[in-house]
Design a protein around this ligand. Structure first.
Ligand code: FES
Length: 103
């Protein structure tokens, strides 16, 4: 399924990129721009970023389950991810100026 229509990036490509990033450092905070940088792409309209954050959350849960990370160790990390999602569901998006809203 296509997640980013501007760059033609699939959900599977995003998941694979996130898994590779977690394999290098399971505690890094992954944001959409970091994923797109790894894919050598860039945000254009940023409409997909909220969905990318949801994919980051789902994939991080799956990765940490694979790593057998204790639930107590996940609390602050998950809080950061939920804060990140709140940031992307607001009016401003990463790199997007307030006066450049899509019609
Ligand atoms: S849909 Fe992803 S940048 Fe536009």
């Amino acid at each position: 399924m296509i997640t980013c229509h501007c760059n033609i990036i699939t959900e599977a490509e995003i998941e694979q990129t996130i898994v590779a990033m977690f394999d290098k450092d399971r505690w890094q905070l992954i944001v959409p721009a970091k994923v797109y940088h790894a894919l050598e792409k860039g945000g254009k309209c940023y409409r997909c970023f909220t969905n990318v954050v949801d994919i980051i959350i789902q994939t991080s849960d799956a990765c940490h389950a694979r790593f057998d990370t204790p639930d107590a160790d996940m609390i602050s990390y998950r809080a950061k991810l939920l804060q990140l999602r709140d940031n992307y569901t607001g009016d401003l998006h990463e790199g997007q100026r307030q006066d450049t809203r899509a019609a």
